[in-house]
Design a protein around this ligand. Structure first.
Ligand SMILES: Cc1cc2nc3c(=O)[nH]c(=O)nc-3n(C[C@H](O)[C@H](O)[C@H](O)COP(=O)(O)O)c2cc1C
Length: 202
């Protein structure tokens, strides 16, 4: 039987009526449509200290956050655009984690903004973090400009945005399934056994 693929969606806003949460939920819906089990990692539900390199393993919520992210095969990371970047809340949560939670994971990015530019700066910054943590950040991403109006129930653009967000989740679930297949494991084994630079000595 194929392995169950788990996709976790991290919400980088604490706001009650957060559009980031809506965006992450839409992406998780796409992942579920593709057969994945989904998990919402809503940072409102974790009482996290600020990261300062001290040992945080005595914080039950840090331990729970690490576990919830580490045991997922793929991740949706959602952020609001805050002053031309991602939220400090999200950065702190990521800083409390590391390679154990992100390395080798398929990651999809979604974001929202109040202004017309969308969350492209925030997502660009998250892409760099994904690289630093050796995650596979997929090229598809979705950023919703003017999010409160664009995602309002009566908005004519709501469906289009939700479809784009959902598609990020579909892609993350598909690539996570491929990445965790026996064929991928065989490919990775062969890759690791291959000479580091064949032909260099000819
Ligand atoms: C501190 C702060 C900085 C913000 N900076 C920007 C910004 O640079 N560009 C922008 O378009 N919107 C900006 N916004 C608006 C948010 O992106 C917008 O309200 C978004 O919907 C918040 O996400 P949420 O609904 O998930 O809480 C900012 C909001 C806050 C609170």
């Amino acid at each position: 039987m194929p392995q169950e693929i788990i996709i976790a969606g991290i919400v980088g806003s604490l706001r009650e009526d957060s559009k980031t949460r809506l965006a992450v939920l839409a992406a998780l819906e796409g992942a579920a449509e593709s057969g994945a089990a989904t998990r919402l990692v809503d940072l409102r539900e974790y009482d996290l200290p600020f990261c300062n390199e001290d040992d945080t393993s005595s914080s039950p919520d840090v331990v729970r956050l690490r576990e919830d992210v580490r045991t997922a095969h793929g991740l949706i990371i959602g952020t609001p655009e805050y002053h031309g970047g991602y939220s400090g809340l999200l950065k702190n949560a990521i800083d409390l984690m590391g390679f154990d939670e992100f390395e080798g994971k398929i990651v999809g990015l979604v974001g929202v903004s109040g202004g017309a530019m969308g969350a492209s700066h925030a997502l660009q910054g998250l892409r760099a973090i994904g690289r630093a943590l050796h995650a596979w950040v997929i090229p598809q991403q979705a950023a919703v400009p003017d999010a409160s109006a664009a995602l309002a129930p009566e908005s004519p653009t709501r469906t289009r945005h939700l479809e784009r967000l959902r598609d990020v989740g579909v892609q993350v679930a598909r690539f996570a399934a491929l990445h965790n297949s026996p064929e991928a494991a065989e490919f990775l084994r062969a890759w690791e056994e291959a000479p580091s630079n064949p032909g260099a000595e000819l």
